[in-house]
Design a binder for this molecule. Structure first.
Ligand code: ACO
Length: 372
């Protein structure tokens, strides 16, 4: 037994707060100043200029692609759009009331059994997987959302890029340019976020010698919680429930008295504005106003103002999960499906971290045994 009083023994914080799981070249987060960069490029710059395909290449390969590299990435993503039928068919056998993210994860699990060279866990084989997984992920995400809506799967359109094809497969129509860009920016700013809880779940799985598909599935499970990626659904439902900007003040005050944990607010690392939220807000505002959702948008602004005024001194500000729903809702995505696009985007980072983890050392921290 380890003696906790022994000064040589490493201590720990609840939730491993303040600990780092390793070194990385993929992403840097300055939580004090609210800066997030992928491979040295601030996400605001990527939100202004980069496609999701470019972001994927940057996160996975280390640099923004040139024209030929981009063509290769886009081509491979398109080439792998034919997801196995069994993975889509499994959706019909799942309980209707199960969460859409759980249904999506189950379909992914079936696909992971069917992915080529599933048993080959050599680094070379693992490196061939990220674009296949991302492409199948997008197909199965669209299939899961259509299943939730009770409408049949639509085949992909090879003329369309990653984001516009996803929206086409979900909505059954080619999205307008503004819709597509707003959605794409949501993917770009959520593509990577260092070793967060879900990334650690993925990395831990990969470190055991498991394949990248299993790592992604582990990440999906961890992301689903309402403290993590599930918060975009609950954050939007909170705004919907409040309903009008003039109700924000009294509602927030009442909830502050109840010590309520506001979904979509607060973050382990950011103690100021979340740069992902800042980058996405203009796109959300534009779409919400275009679709006549001004009251809901103003409700969000009023709630944000009230919460940040009350809790900003404790470092609690709106996080990305308070904003993504305000892009997905005017696009017509069902509220219960909001965590799904986040899950598509962030897999990019999970896979990059797994492939960066070349140490070959299994992650296995252990715990202090106590008797009371
Ligand atoms: N509303 C009210 N109070 C909050 C909130 C919030 N959203 N977030 C943190 N706090 C308070 C806690 O109650 C706690 O107060 P106490 O010290 O008086 O007990 C204090 O701030 C610290 O909270 P912890 O949970 O210890 O801090 P942690 O760094 O683990 O919190 C977390 C991060 C889990 C994201 C938290 O802010 C939260 O629960 N937010 C709401 C859920 C959410 O939006 N999750 C998505 C985060 S972004 C992402 O994962 C993609």
């Amino acid at each position: 037994m380890i003696d906790l009083a022994d000064q040589k023994v490493q201590t720990y914080n609840r939730g491993l707060d303040g600990y780092h799981a390793g070194k990385t070249r993929i992403c840097d987060i300055d939580g004090k100043n609210g800066i997030l960069s992928y491979r040295g490029i601030p996400i605001q710059e990527l939100a202004n200029n980069a496609s999701f395909e470019e972001t994927v290449a940057l996160v996975l390969n280390g640099e923004l692609p040139d024209v030929h590299e981009l063509e290769a990435v886009s081509g491979t993503l398109k080439q792998w759009r034919n997801v196995p039928e069994q993975a889509i068919a499994v959706l019909d056998h799942l309980p209707e009331q199960s969460h859409p993210l759980a249904q999506f994860r189950t379909a992914m699990s079936v696909a992971a059994c069917l992915i080529p060279e599933a048993e080959d866990v050599s680094l070379e084989a693992q490196k061939r997987r990220p674009l296949r997984i991302l492409s199948w992920t997008s197909q199965l995400a669209a299939a899961s959302i259509r299943h939730l809506k009770g409408v049949p799967y639509i085949e992909p359109d090879s003329r369309l890029g990653f984001s516009s094809n996803f929206l086409y497969q979900v909505l059954g129509r080619i999205p307008e340019l503004e819709e597509c860009r707003a959605f794409e920016v949501s993917l770009v700013v959520q593509a990577e976020h260092t070793i967060h809880a879900a990334a650690l779940a993925a990395l831990t799985t990969y470190s055991t010698g498991a394949d990248l598909g299993s790592a992604v599935l582990a990440g999906m499970g961890a992301l689903s919680g309402t403290l993590h990626g599930g918060a975009n659904q609950t954050a939007f439902q909170m705004i919907q429930k409040i309903g009008r900007p003039e109700k924000a003040k009294s509602w927030v005050q009442k909830k502050l008295d109840e010590k309520y944990r506001f979904p979509g607010f607060g973050h382990r690392i950011y103690k100021t504005h979340d740069p992902r939220a800042t980058a996405l807000m203009p796109f959300a505002e534009n779409l919400m106003e275009k679709k006549g959702e001004t009251v809901l948008w103003e409700t969000f602004l009023a709630v944000k103002e009230e919460i940040e005024t009350a809790l900003g001194s404790r470092g609690i500000y709106a996080n990305i999960d308070s904003v993504t729903g305000l892009v997905y809702y005017p696009l017509g995505l069902p509220v219960a499906a909001f965590p799904i696009p986040f899950c598509i985007a962030i897999q990019t980072g999970w896979m990059a971290h797994c492939l960066e983890y070349t140490g070959g050392k299994m992650i296995e921290p252990g715990a202090y045994y106590i008797t009371s």
